[in-house]
Ligand binder design. Structure first.
Ligand code: GDP
Ligand code: MN
Length: 379
């Protein structure tokens, strides 16, 4: 789950990290009211799920309420790398002396957390990595041992920040690590981490990705989940509890189990077709789930044919068949369906389907044969 900057800063603040004071706004009037409460100068910041907002004109300092009005008006509706700005964060302007970079993420190959710190912040870290890799101080942290104050101080020394920033940096980095670790984050990045004119070290930006599988440990994460960017198809599938990923092709794919769903996508590609989606109905899916899955696929205008690929383990063939028949009776399925049904109770399922077969519902004996047929139908 990717947090918007203002959510990331809320997450930081909950973990006792210093962040500028700010307020959320969705309209020009709300932005002006927020600025009035905070008092100018403020920064008007676009809230979108992408970086590089500054360069795109999505971050503007305003010295007066009139300027807030102008900037908010310009930024709302702005297209930043395909993301239309609908939300703003109005923040008390900071007095920036220096801009640094700091992050924690998981290094899977080392099986450790990786901390990166650089005195060259404000620009994209990939750029620094390319032109001046030595300017990034790295630290690998064993999750069992954690990060001690001594280690952190050594790390900060290696990054050669301004000496005025040393204590503040150690303090905020220890808190950032705690937030990352206890908050089950996959990424916690601050760019820029700033040193202010009065010597404070604070987070001016926040890029946080939380582990979606940790929500059972964090009741409050459901609010983040609700604001994840999803297209209409993904939203509908999510609401029905389906594992769905939208793709750009024309063959709708439904399978049971992520492994089979991936293989199905591969086989469709292999025979020259292009999948419109990846949809895993999971293990033990009943007729209801199957019908919901068909509903979601049916509402995708890009879909020209549908491939249902089931290898029943816990999932029972007759339940799948009932779901398909029910869905076809409930709504008009726009595209022809090719179904391959194997595994537990496959024969019972095939028997049920037999009387419903037509050129709109085709049964196929193998996955490869089904892939050929469904790809032909999508052409
Ligand atoms: P990003 O471009 O999406 O990474 O957005 P950031 O939040 O990092 O902001 C981009 C740049 O705007 C920062 O690197 C700063 O230089 C500038 N900026 C952001 N907030 C302030 C502020 O409070 N005061 C000043 N003077 N500049 C700011
Ligand atoms: Mn930034």
């Amino acid at each position: 789950m990717d947090l918007l900057e203002y959510q990331g800063k809320g997450f930081f603040a909950e973990h006792a990290m210093p962040v500028p004071k700010g307020k959320y706004a969705e309209t020009v009037d709300e932005a002006v009211a927020a600025a009035e409460e905070l008092s100018c100068p403020v920064v008007v910041k676009a809230q979108v799920h992408t970086g590089g907002r500054g360069k795109a004109g999505g971050v503007k300092v305003a010295d007066s309420l009139d300027e807030v009005r102008t900037h908010a008006g310009n930024i709302l509706g702005l297209d930043i790398k395909g993301h239309i700005v609908e939300q703003l964060w109005i923040e008390q302007a900071s007095d920036i002396a220096e801009e640094y970079y700091a992050s924690f993420t998981l290094d899977r190959s080392e099986r450790k957390h990786l901390g990166m710190l650089s005195a060259q912040g404000g620009v994209e870290i990939e750029e620094v990595a390319e032109h001046d890799p030595d300017a990034i101080a790295k630290i690998w942290i064993d999750p069992v041992d954690g990060l001690s104050r001594e280690q952190c101080a050594e790390w900060v020394a290696k990054a050669k920040l301004n000496s005025t920033a040393t204590e503040g940096a150690i303090d905020i980095l220890l808190k950032l690590y705690a937030a990352y670790e206890n908050g089950d984050a996959d990424l916690a990045e601050i760019n820029p981490l700033i040193l202010t004119g009065s010597g404070e070290v604070i987070a001016l930006d926040a890029k946080v990705t939380l582990d979606g599988n940790s929500t059972f440990r964090h009741e409050d994460y459901s609010a983040y989940d609700a604001t994840q960017p999803r297209d209409d198809r993904e939203q509908a599938a999510h609401a029905k509890g389906l594992q769905y990923v939208g793709l750009s092709g024309s063959v709708g794919v439904i399978a049971n189990g992520a492994g089979l769903a991936m293989s199905t996508v591969d086989v469709v590609n292999q025979v020259g077709g292009s999948p419109a989606n990846f949809l895993d109905i999971g293990g033990g899916a009943n007729a209801d789930v199957m019908a919901s899955a068909l509903d979601v696929i049916n509402n995708d205008p890009a879909v020209k044919s549908i491939f249902i690929n089931i290898f029943g383990g816990i999932t029972r063939g007759e339940e799948i068949a009932k779901g398909v028949i029910e869905a076809m009776q409930r709504v008009e399925i726009r595209s022809p369906i090719v179904i391959r049904l194997d595994g537990t109770n496959a024969q019972e399922g095939r028997d049920l389907l037999q009387s419903h077969l037509s050129d709109r519902l085709i049964m196929s004996p193998t996955m490869l044969d089904a892939a050929h047929k469904v790809t032909e139908l999508a052409a």
